[in-house]
Ligand binder design. Structure first.
Ligand code: 5GP
Length: 351
């Protein structure tokens, strides 16, 4: 056993220090980014924020709203080929912003080959709770051989050496995060994890050295956290909980104590496993929870709120483009970041 004594940081442990700037207004800031990929020949331009491939947020209705602002959506794994075909017919222009999520068995690979004969997307999301296994790495190699031109995002990992391994094995984008998610119980169940801000910093550093990209996945609770993730070096940021509870999300509105909620659960929660597999297999623990999040109406408002926060963060450090945010960031370590004195008296949901 070894103990590493360097302190590792989460979003809540830092703030971004403001810097003298010539920018006058956040309307001068562009949050668009253009990326080339390590393997795929595609050049992509858009706002690099992705709705998580959970059955609540990875829906076609969410994708439409995200795409209307040039953001992306990773569709959840259980979307049927029929649904894809219908969506493609009705909203073909939004497809370049959708990831197809696939599993890691040989049947999944066969199904993916069939699916990509009809689905026009260039993006694949291959994610497992633990991206450290040899099986995962060899499946990724096979996937890259099968789809040389697709943009493959693979994960999840939290350390530089494994980010490098996934990039060498065929990933264009490595997904970062073990345990930070809003409905994730991995840390509670297993004691395994890594503070997300440090994971992003360390993996981005490793990945960029190999011309790879990273997607920070999980743990953002407010627009400021999204800004911190980009400031830490993330090329993409994936969001679940921050986009949950809207009209466009999966599930119905539930009334509780006269107030509206929506059910949101982890994709390896008991709820998800019984929905999609009938039961929780004996050998595995559920590592996700079911929550009822307050119903929040149209997703559009939340998306605009996140984009406004990002632009404003850039303005504070003088970054004219999102691309410059990380170069212009100095994080300061803090012991408190929000003044919550009136948080119990708040009218409405924001902090
Ligand atoms: P959030 O933005 O809600 O904090 O985090 C979303 C991320 O949590 C997802 O993209 C996914 O990586 C992760 N996640 C989703 N469901 C589960 C689950 O059941 N267990 C674990 N460990 N992580 C989950």
């Amino acid at each position: 056993m070894r103990i590493e004594t360097d302190i590792k940081l989460d979003f809540k442990d830092v703030l971004i220090r403001p810097k003298r700037s010539t920018l006058n207004s956040r309307s001068e800031v562009s949050v668009l980014r253009q990326y080339k990929f390590k393997y795929s020949p595609l050049v992509w331009e858009g706002v690099p924020v992705i709705a998580a491939n959970m059955d609540h947020t990875g829906t076609f209705d969410v994708a439409k709203v995200m795409a209307s602002h040039q953001l992306m959506t990773a569709m959840h794994k259980f979307v049927t080929l029929n649904d894809w075909v219908n969506y493609q017919k009705t909203s073909p222009e939004t497809l370049p912003h959708c990831f197809v999520s696939i599993g890691t068995s040989q049947e999944d690979l066969t199904a993916a080959k069939e699916a990509f004969k009809v689905i026009n997307s260039a993006f694949i999301c291959l994610d497992v709770a633990n991206g450290y296994t040899q099986h995962f790495v060899s499946f990724l190699r096979q996937l890259r051989d099968t789809f040389p031109d697709k943009v493959i995002m693979a994960g999840n990992v939290v350390t530089g050496e494994m980010a490098e391994e996934l990039l060498i094995s065929g990933a264009d984008i490595v997904k970062i995060g073990i345990g930070p998610g809003s409905v994730c119980t991995t840390r509670y169940k297993t004691g395994v994890g890594y503070p997300q801000l440090s994971a992003i910093i360390e993996c981005a550093d490793a990945a960029h050295g190999l011309k790879g990209l990273v997607c920070a996945d999980g743990g953002c609770t407010c627009p400021g956290d999204v800004a911190k993730a980009f400031a830490a070096g993330a090329d993409f940021v994936m969001l679940g909980g921050m986009l949950a509870g809207h009209d466009e999300c999966g599930g119905e509105v539930i009334e509780k104590g006269g107030k509206p909620f929506k059910a949101f659960y982890g994709m390896s929660s008991k709820q998800a496993m019984t929905t999609y597999y009938g039961s929780v297999a004996d050998y595995r623990a559920s590592e996700g929870r079911l929550v009822h999040v307050p119903y929040r109406g149209a997703l559009e408002n939340t998306v605009l709120d996140i984009l406004g926060g990002l632009r404003s963060a850039c303005t504070y450090v003088g970054a004219k483009q999102l691309k410059e945010l990380t170069k212009r960031t100095t994080f300061v370590r803090v012991s408190q970041q929000l003044n919550e004195v009136y948080s119990h008296y708040q009218v409405g949901e924001e902090k």
